[in-house]
Design a protein around this ligand. Sequence first.
Ligand SMILES: Nc1ncnc2c1ncn2[C@@H]1O[C@H](COP(=O)(O)OP(=O)(O)O)[C@@H](O)[C@H]1O
Ligand SMILES: N[C@@H](CC(=O)OP(=O)(O)O)C(=O)O
Length: 243
Amino acid sequence: MIIQKFGGVAMKDEQMRLKCINHINDGLKEYDRIVIVVSAIGRFGDPYSTDSLLNLTDAFASSTAASDLAVSCGELISAAVLSAELARAGVANMILHGIQAGITTAGEFGDGTIAHINTTPILNSFESTRCVIIPGFQGVDDNNNVMTLGRGGSDLTAIALAAALHASHVEFFKDVPGVMTNDPHLVENCHKLDLLKLDDFIHLLDCDRPIIQKRAALHAIKKAIPLYIRGIASTESGTWITP
Ligand SMILES: Nc1ncnc2c1ncn2[C@@H]1O[C@H](COP(=O)(O)OP(=O)(O)O)[C@@H](O)[C@H]1O
Ligand SMILES: N[C@@H](CC(=O)OP(=O)(O)O)C(=O)O
């Protein structure tokens, strides 16, 4: 089993999602079961992106629980869109969301942590499909309230699921060909790294827009989960990050 994570940029429009579907089909050729973790579609300004949902009303400042419920819908919409487009492409799949996904959170609304993952619903789903989609960035707390995991939290969803399900690794699909020596959108003449240790990777995440969420990478270190970061639009090999 592998986990494939598609972020907001990979999911941003139908053309990009066709690339996601190709990567999912490639994954299904090689692995018997795939868990797909998706983030909300697009970035600020796109209607169902996390930032757009966060800005629906200033009143969210008065209820972080209400804010989390609204913002979590971005990942639900994204999961539903990908599920339908996969089905249209002939790829059988199933979505597990909310309480169905078995992800229990703790902590504060807007910045929760994953306290526990009950893998039974996902494992049961694999009896009828090889492809399970989980909306990232969220879980439900002990009172069944939806709670989000902090910005970039779909990365944590993906890595925590890999640990709980004993997946072989997590694949991330990005708008860059892999992990570079620096953020290529900020620094010229960076080059791609082929192989990296998690302990060295963590130092590349102390920036405004890290390639994956630092909290997620720390979880990968704790649980010894290999990561593979590659370009959504390229066939060239990406970066392996190993424990
Ligand atoms: N060392 C790095 N190598 C490559 N990209 C980096 C690096 N550091 C930061 N980035 C940034 O990470 C971005 C990809 O992450 P992000 O946009 O969060 O993806 P996603 O949509 O999957 O969440 C790149 O566009 C790049 O600007
Ligand atoms: N959509 C959430 C969670 C996330 O991880 O998104 P992305 O994978 O697009 O960075 C956010 O913007 O914070």
